[in-house]
Design a protein around this ligand. Structure first.
Ligand SMILES: [Zn+2]
Length: 404
């Protein structure tokens, strides 16, 4: 044994169990100089240091030790011997860190701090070290299908671009911003971890031009796929915009029909509650642009049930013409948001149809939204994007972190 327990005592006033540990003479048989591997002798000891360990029943437990410092017989280098119980942070044992990581996956950081009785600053520092160490070991060598999405950190403000491996269903990389430089940053991270830009065969994107430019410029083998989830989301937002434009424009009965109705139009008919169905039935839909936009969204969704890309392509072209035609017959251009979606669909038809060739990949990207919301709740109160991204890696990165 290289270490032994000299004493253990219970400090009644703190309610804490203290384990006093020191090294044995045998330790020096196995310690070598970190500089040149030379033999080492005991030079001196540090002050007494403490490490938080797992509780003993309800009592806080700490290890305390005056760590020996070794001196190399060859080069004279003096260094602190690293004890086997120490985690990646200087205040906690390995076991305590693994336990705290387990809690961090389940609850907000402020709550973890409360439960274990440590400061959140220490806990965050530990999390940063654990995630940094595990992330450095992450292997992206077989990554071929990637999805990217921009997620808002605070409503209407900062954005984070999140890149995911769609096969292994894990977050690979996240960075602040949503312009084309984020794609370059992703490719750099990919290649630092044994991946290769030309190994990417499928990239699933929102229809934002920024990522598209990045993919086209750097990844020649990648087929761009516009996710079903994003296409439908664009149409859903358009319905909302049409509703707001129509409310602003006013007109007979419009206010009564559309007031506080946004949730009706966001759902699919089969998901409406009975009272919502009754409300929808009462609305005179014939002359409402919002109702037309809603129908357009439902038809677009239905087109995704097409069996083949050929059939879907034909139906999408018809859909585009239908939207434009209906929009022209309405005054005040109230349907212009939906016409913009029609333009997007026409301009990105090949990428949209790639959905049929490559199969369904959007489930993970769609789920990412709720994972991200949960991550924001866990990191609530900590404003930096680094906190948020680190927490996202913990929750969704599938990193090799210590298991409790
Ligand atoms: Zn040495």
């Amino acid at each position: 044994m290289n270490w032994e327990v000299m004493a253990n005592r219970f400090e009644r006033e703190r309610g804490a169990v203290l384990l006093e540990i020191r090294e044995t003479a045998r330790l020096w048989e196995s310690v070598r100089c970190p500089e040149d591997g030379g033999f080492v002798f005991c030079y001196d000891h540090t002050e007494a240091l403490t490490w938080r360990h797992l509780n003993v029943f309800q009592h806080r437990c700490e290890i305390t030790c005056r760590l020996p410092r070794g001196k190399c017989r060859q080069c004279g280098h003096v260094f602190r011997v690293r004890p086997p119980w120490e985690g990646l942070s200087t205040h906690f044992t390995k076991e305590f860190e693994a336990f705290a990581l387990l809690l961090m996956r389940e609850m907000p950081m402020s709550k973890v701090a409360e439960v274990v009785g440590e400061t959140d600053t220490r806990l965050w520092r530990m999390l940063f070290r654990q995630v940094d160490a595990a992330y450095a070991e992450a292997d992206f060598s077989n990554v071929c299908c990637v999805g990217v999405d921009e997620l808002s950190v605070r409503k209407g403000h900062a954005y984070v671009s999140v890149f995911a491996d769609l096969v292994k269903k894990r977050v690979m990389f996240a960075t602040e911003g949503k312009d084309h430089t984020t794609w370059e940053a992703f490719v750099a991270a990919l290649e630092q971890h044994n991946g290769h830009r030309h190994a990417l065969t499928q990239v699933s994107l929102d229809m934002s031009p920024a990522y598209l430019k990045g993919v086209k410029e750097t990844c020649r083998n990648a087929q761009v796929v516009f996710d079903k989830f994003h296409v439908i989301a664009h149409a859903g937002q358009a319905v909302d915009e049409v509703r707001r434009a129509e409310l602003r424009a006013g007109g007979a009965g419009v206010w009564a029909a559309l007031r506080r109705s946004q949730w009706l139009w966001r759902k699919n008919p089969e998901n409406l509650t009975e009272s919502e169905q009754a409300r929808l039935a009462k609305i005179d839909q014939k002359n409402l642009c919002t109702a037309k936009a809603y129908q357009m969204r439902l038809v677009l969704q239905d087109i995704y049930r097409s069996a083949t890309a050929t059939e879907a392509g034909r139906r999408l072209r018809v859909w585009v013409r239908w939207v434009r035609w209906v929009a022209r017959t309405h005054p005040k251009n109230l349907l212009r948001a939906m016409v913009k979606v029609a333009d997007l669909v026409e301009n990105h038809l090949a990428g949209i149809l790639a959905h049929w060739k490559w199969g369904l990949t959007n489930a993970f990207m769609e789920g990412l939204n709720s994972v991200f919301s949960a991550t924001k709740r866990k990191a609530r109160g900590y404003r930096s994007t680094t906190h948020l991204i680190t927490m996202l890696y913990l929750v969704a990165g599938k990193l090799r972190l210590p298991q409790f």
